[in-house]
Write a protein that binds this ligand. Structure first.
Ligand code: PMP
Ligand code: GLU
Length: 388
């Protein structure tokens, strides 16, 4: 039997908690168990019809070969146009099209984070930022917004204490996974001031940009003065257009960075899938109505969930966007989640995977009936009242 010597690099990271739990839920379902899966963040809607048609048309037109490595010109231009509408000064050359937002982040981390470089995260933070930092050899500094109900504006002083001239990269994610908060303009200006003062590059992960509740305005960080040449804007098609399995995303930033990251891109994925990129153009240009309908459905579910939890004696900070809710559970959130899936057959992700023990993340990208069913089951197993 052969034995492998794995790299330190891969030894530094754990499997993705979000994907691991969703796999566990699928395995139970294969055994015939009815699981309410609130683990992975995946819209429960179908991709809009016109986007699917655009992919069929592209296939019929023979769009099956490699494309230019950074993406087809039509899509790069359509993305640049969207970014300009958000107030960013970008052209097609500022855009890299990738197979998913995750790959976009990976390329950015590989390009900007070296051995010993410091990456600042705002907790709770999506699971893969930590792993990508570690894979790149970087170290982490973390700021916890939990004591402030996940509001960054209230945590700015803590952020100021955490970052310094040693900080190389700061990741900002609004609307945020796993808490659903939308950072205020004052919070974003606070980030800008710190980034300028300490010369920090900022990744602004805006993948939930179109899923914002209560008519809140969502400002793109790179549009603030002083941020244009230090912000990398990350986005993708998975969430807004219900296209998780298509694997399409992008990052945008200074052309010099896009060009350098192009080496990682070219040597790893070559390009995103050809006909999927053509469908991406349609998604960007002709889906306003479908996107608004899905976002409205998420908001209605948020309302039901928060009200239902209050009725059952559990107060939660109401999410302002995305489709995640942080439920206070028990000090040992991992044990709570294990019991929730094992006994109540409700799959959730432990807050500790996001740097925030004591909570479980529930994705409300599921029907209201199933969400209420989840609460009934958790209550029946005495799992709803625990709290931290
Ligand atoms: N950023 C955040 C905050 C996410 O939740 C996700 C979802 N996996 C991604 C990036 C990447 O998504 P995708 O690779 O599907 O575009
Ligand atoms: N972003 C989603 C989540 O947090 C998808 C899973 C993943 O890529 O980690 O559940």
């Amino acid at each position: 039997m052969s034995s492998f010597e794995f790299t330190d690099r891969v030894g530094r990271v754990s499997p993705s908690a979000t994907l691991a739990i969703s796999n566990e839920a699928s395995a139970l379902e294969t055994q015939g168990v009815d699981v309410v899966d609130l683990s992975v963040g995946e819209p429960d809607f179908n991709t809009p019809e016109n986007v699917k048609t655009a992919a069929h048309d592209a296939l019929d037109a023979g769009k099956t070969g490699y494309t230019p490595s950074p993406g087809i010109p039509e899509l790069r231009e359509a993305i640049a146009e969207k970014l300009r509408a958000d107030g960013l000064d970008h052209d097609a050359e500022n855009v890299m099209v990738t197979p998913g937002g995750k790959q976009a982040l990976y390329e950015v981390f590989q390009t900007l984070v070296g051995e010993g470089d410091e990456v600042a995260l705002i907790d709770p933070a999506w699971v893969s930022y930590e792993a990508m930092t570690k894979l790149a050899g970087g170290s982490l500094t973390r700021v916890d917004t939990t004591p402030y109900g996940f509001h960054l504006e209230a945590a700015l002083e803590d952020l100021q204490t955490a970052v310094s001239d040693e900080t190389d990269l700061l990741v900002v994610n609004s609307p945020g996974n796993p808490h659903g908060m939308v950072y205020t303009d004052a919070a974003l200006r606070g980030v800008r001031d710190l980034a300028v003062e300490h010369d920090i590059t900022v990744v602004s992960d805006e993948i939930y940009q179109q899923i914002v509740h209560d008519d809140r305005e969502m400002t793109s960080l790179g549009s603030l003065s002083g941020m244009g040449d230090r912000t990398i804007t990350l986005n993708g098609f998975s969430k807004a257009y219900a296209m998780t399995g298509w694997r399409l995303g992008y990052f945008a930033g200074p052309a010099e960075l896009v060009s350098e990251a192009g080496k990682v891109h070219g040597h790893s994925v070559s390009c995103a899938t050809n006909f999927v990129q053509h469908a991406g153009v349609e998604a960007l240009r002709n889906t306003d109505e479908a996107v608004a309908e899905m976002a409205a459905a998420f908001e209605r579910r948020r309302d039901t969930l928060v009200a239902e939890l209050a009725d059952r004696g559990v107060d939660v900070p109401a999410p302002e966007g995305a489709f995640y809710l942080m439920l206070p559970v028990a000090a040992d959130d991992q044990a709570w989640c294990a019991e929730a899936i094992g006994e109540a057959h409700v799959a959730t992700v432990p807050g500790s995977a996001f740097g925030t023990p004591g909570y479980a993340r529930l994705s409300y990208a599921n029907s209201t009936d199933r969400l209420l069913e989840a609460f009934d089951r958790l209550e029946a197993h005495d799992l709803l009242t625990a709290g931290v």
